[in-house]
Write a protein that binds this ligand. Structure first.
Ligand code: BES
Ligand code: ZN
Length: 923
């Protein structure tokens, strides 16, 4: 899954001197109490010797803080500049002659301060501290305690870096290129649009006015309350929005562009609109339906109403993240919002539903109650990444989305968190580059996984009670992780803070080692915990321990736990009464606990029939396979054992179980691409996937549903990529018919067919594919093609794909997946992509200005190498080409490369032998 695994115009400068009414804080929103806020936001000591060095960083002083921002902005969509005027109502809490604010890439023209009932004092100096993204305004006399108005005129650039206030390109139906002006402020980029106190705990209200061409749509967090012609230019209008609730700067947003929309009213009276590119309003209908169902779902779940009169969801052409939860104006990549019933595939629909569910959850969890500092970012993201599944499960039970959670989030988090270079969920951060760095799978996927475990531990009823009291207690304010635990602890009467602290404050997770003994009618289990490390059992290090909710079931009823215990010490003996010798025992029912399991060989052996006879639940079949795969990578069992286990899945009917297994086989195939027996693992894949491929066939059958469509796409893609001849032939035939317009490929078959024909294609295939890309009208189709282009095999064609990645044809946010596609496809591709990234480093780095896309690019490019020399090369490249926001990613990649190398050295021969012998005739 895209994390972070899948996102206008007018004549020259207008003089901006709009009067912005800086209004008082709306009475129902209390001003924030800033007094007991820590000033230092940086880490005291790194948690591990491997942690990057922290940069010194100091949070803003609060001797002057904002109560209301009156903000007026005039973007110039031709020259890509904007003019701004801030008139902020501020409170001076200690007499001072300077004001320190955040400010980056903005030029202040004039600044002054008007004390309540006093004379205007002009600022005499603007001292920019560029490194810290701050400005100090100096005044010739003291600003006394009390309220006053801070007025600042400034100018800035509508940049092309997809952050701050930036421009986004689109083409009109007549083929003309135009630009929209849009914002992306999280985490620390509001300061690029206007000087402000850009910290989540410094909340204020906002009165926003946009001065824009009259034929453009202008949107912001709140509804429009006034729209009047500009006094000096009849082509321009001043659009004024209602005062916002008290809120953090990172949630402010505005959009100026050309859009159509569809509208509906949710059952609780909120106006919901989905804004789409012009002429594509129909494509907003699916998201509109999801959003209008989701709002009442959250209203009910939280028992707190959505506090704004409207919510807009808008598709932005150039967009770095997947989506952003700006209060009342949620921005999305086009592919995370738009669905065309004919041309969108099932997985896109599912993705849109998840993203809408995620961003709307933030309207409460993040927007209404906001984390006190970025250290608690995981609260926002982990929680939203958990509840998006709850919401989708409510709206689309047929997606069986919780099983997919385990494959998409849970196992991904376990893999990352098993590295020495992981980090605790709660991590001290200060400098913006450190904040960017933590939008990762630990905050999102481990965060979501430990919340899922907690929800299971205390039960839905108490969980909801606790959530409700948390939201009520902290609404319009800020909160920390402890505050949430406190509310959940009170609601449940369980030791939530102690249990959860062990998961959020220390990195990593345990492996639970289990052995059993039969005593008459009782089964006696010995369970113990130790830290799980991707490099195998650590020697000699002091061992951390966790408070682990453990559930146990038996083959009597594999869907219901027979016993639940809290493992709060290194080891424990448990007696299960009435469990005869013929029954198997499974730990971690539902794969809810965030840990791996190592069964004794007798326990494991007895569990295996549960896979074949499907008595084990799908999620537990998946979990068992994934645990063993991960143990083999850590050298704790032989990879050959896992291959044997995988063969036991040949009759597997479940999409997600196949998908997870397929993903692990992909990892293995990538590892073995470094050997001369890569073809043998392809054969293994073909043999394993052929029966299910035959069963499914190419055409959907009557009565099939969402998961059948996903499974068919997965299996055909896997077979095609692995060179299964009948699949390749049929893919070519269907592709030809598609091109000729005789029989267009259904959307769900396009990815597997494109992948298959490209993988085994030549220059002409690439040409055709690039032509399809050019003709495509939907970003979803363009992305579909971009992601598989790297499958092409010939070196000169690989190079063409890499050049294409940086061309105008590919949206800047999608370059990363084209290069990643090349690196992930073959050994040659990996080498070529790495060389390309090195050769074009400056352009790539500059394009994303740090940010999380650069981390993703690095990971996709180098994670698959498998020798020690490459780890050293990657390290040395980034030592001399620093990417501060990707420091930890680089460490994680180097660690992964070394792990791959060790794995290959350890198991390659045995794997080779096994693959040969399974084909040898029996004598
Ligand atoms: N708050 C984030 C957007 C964001 C991400 C801002 C990174 C700044 C840096 C948003 O809520 C989010 O998490 N979006 C996800 C999609 C979600 C469904 C996982 C994304 O952008 O991938
Ligand atoms: Zn989020």
């Amino acid at each position: 899954m895209l994390l972070l695994g899948r996102r206008v115009l007018l004549s020259s400068a207008h003089t901006l001197r709009a009067s912005c009414q800086a209004s008082r804080a709306t009475p129902s929103f209390r001003p924030v109490n800033l007094s007991d806020r820590p000033l230092i936001g940086t880490a005291a000591a790194p948690n591990r010797r491997t942690m990057p060095e922290r940069r010194p960083f100091v949070r803003l002083p609060t001797d002057v803080y904002p109560v209301n921002y009156g903000l007026s902005l005039t973007p110039d969509l031709i020259d890509f500049t904007f003019e701004g005027r801030l008139e902020a109502l501020v409170e001076v809490t200690r007499a001072t002659n300077q004001i320190v604010m955040n400010c980056a890439d903005i030029d202040i023209i004039t600044a002054s301060f008007v004390p309540h009932g006093g004379e205007e004092i002009n600022a005499t100096g603007f001292n920019y501290q560029n490194e810290d993204e701050k400005v100090t305004l100096s005044f010739p006399s003291t600003l006394q305690e009390g309220s006053g108005r801070l007025k600042i005129d400034f100018v800035g650039e509508l940049n092309d870096k997809m952050k701050g206030f930036y421009r986004s390109k689109y083409t009109t139906s007549a083929g003309e290129t135009r630009y929209a002006a849009v914002t992306q402020f999280e985490a620390t980029d509001a300061r690029r649009a206007f000087p402000c106190w850009d910290e989540p705990a410094i909340k204020a209200t906002f009165d926003i006015t946009l001065i824009v061409p009259k034929d453009r749509v202008a949107l912001s967090n709140m509804n429009v309350i006034d729209r009047k012609p500009h006094p000096e230019d009849e082509n321009v209008v001043e659009v004024t929005f209602a005062t916002t609730p008290i809120m953090s700067t990172y949630l402010v947003a505005f959009v100026i562009g050309e859009y159509d929309y569809v509208e509906s009213q949710s059952s609780d009276g909120v106006t919901v609109r989905v804004y789409t590119p012009v002429g594509k309003a129909e494509q907003g209908k699916f998201a509109l339906e999801v959003a209008t169902k989701t709002l009442p779902f959250y209203n009910d779940y939280f028992s707190v109403p959505y506090p704004l009169p409207k919510i807009d969801l808008i598709a932005i052409a150039d967009f770095a993240a997947g989506a952003m939860e700006n209060w009342g104006l949620v921005t999305y990549r086009e592919t995370a919002l738009l669905i065309d019933p004919k041309n969108s595939c099932s997985s896109s629909k599912q993705w849109v539903a998840l993203v809408v569910g995620h961003e709307l959850a933030h309207q409460w969890f993040g927007n209404l109650v906001t984390m006190e500092w970025w250290t608690h970012l995981w609260l926002n993201e982990g929680f939203a990444s958990w509840i998006e599944y709850l919401c989708v499960d409510h709206c689309f039970p047929e997606y069986d989305i919780w099983t997919q959670f385990v494959s998409a989030d849970y196992t991904r988090a376990l893999d990352l968190d098993a590295l020495d270079s992981s980090h605790p969920i709660e991590v001290n951060v200060g400098h913006p580059s450190e904040v960017d760095e933590i939008f990762d799978a630990i905050s999102y996927s481990k965060g979501a996984s430990v919340i899922r475990m907690l929800h299971d531990y205390i039960g839905d009823e108490d969980f909801r009670k606790g959530m409700n009291s948390y939201l009520l207690k902290f609404q319009h304010k800020n909160a920390s992780t402890e505050d949430l635990w406190d509310c959940l602890e009170k609601a449940s009467g369980k030791p939530v803070a102690a249990v959860m602290g062990s998961w959020t404050k220390q990195m990593g997770f345990p492996i639970i080692v289990v052995d059993q003994e039969q005593r008459g009618d009782n089964r006696v289990l010995k369970i113990s915990q130790k830290k799980f490390c991707a490099s195998g059992p650590p020697d000699g290090e002091s061992c951390p321990s966790w408070m682990v909710p453990v559930s146990i079931c038996t083959s009597d009823d594999p869907t219901c736990s027979k016993l639940k215990v809290l493992l709060d010490r290194p080891e424990m003996t448990i007696t299960l009464s009435g469990v005869g010798p013929h029954l198997w025992v499974k730990i971690n029912l539902g794969t809810v606990g965030f840990y791996r399991i190592q069964y004794s060989s007798s326990m494991l052996e007895s569990l295996l029939p549960g896979i074949q006879d499907l008595r084990l639940q799908p999620v537990d079949r998946l979990g068992l396979q994934n645990d063993l795969f991960s143990l083999s990578r850590a050298g704790m069992i032989s990879t050959v054992e896992v291959l044997k286990l995988m063969e036991a899945f040949v009759n597997e009917p479940n999409y997600t179980v196949w998908s997870d297994l397929s993903c692990n086989l992909g990892v293995l195939s990538s590892l073995l691409s470094h050997t001369d027996f890569h073809e043998e693992i392809q054969e293994f894949i073909r043999d394993l996937f052929t029966p299910i491929g035959l069963e499914l066939g190419w055409d959907s059958k009557l009565g099939e549903g969402h998961l059948d469509a996903l499974l068919r796409g997965l299996v055909l893609g896997k077979l095609g990529k692995a060179g299964h001849k009948p699949t390749l032939e049929e893919a070519r035939r269907r592709f030809k018919e598609h091109l000729e317009g005789r029989q267009p490929l259904p959307a769900d078959l396009r990815s597997p067919v494109y992948l298959t024909v490209l993988k085994h294609g030549d220059g002409a295939t690439l040409d055709v594919m690039l032509k399809l890309h050019k003709q495509a009208d939907m970003q979803e189709e363009r992305n579909r093609i971009e992601r598989v282009l790297g499958a092409i095999s010939a070196p000169d064609l690989i190079h063409r794909v890499l050049l294409f990645a940086l061309s105008e044809e590919v949206r800047p946010q999608d370059t990363v997946s084209v290069i990643g596609g090349v690196a992930g496809s073959s050994r040659q591709g990996r080498k070529a992509a790495w060389k390309f990234v090195k050769d074009n480093w400056e352009e790539l780095y500059n394009r994303y200005q740090g940010g999380f896309l650069i981390s993703r690019l690095i990971k996709l490019t180098v994670d698959g190498f498998a020798n020690d020399k490459m780890a050293a090369e990657v390290k040395s490249f980034f030592d001399s080409h620093p990417a501060p926001s990707a420091e930890r990613t680089v460490q994680q990649c180097c660690e992964n490369i070394l792990l791959n190398a060790a794995w290959l050295k350890r198991d390659a021969d045995d794997i080779h032998q096994y693959l040969l012998q399974r084909k040898a005739p029996l004598v």
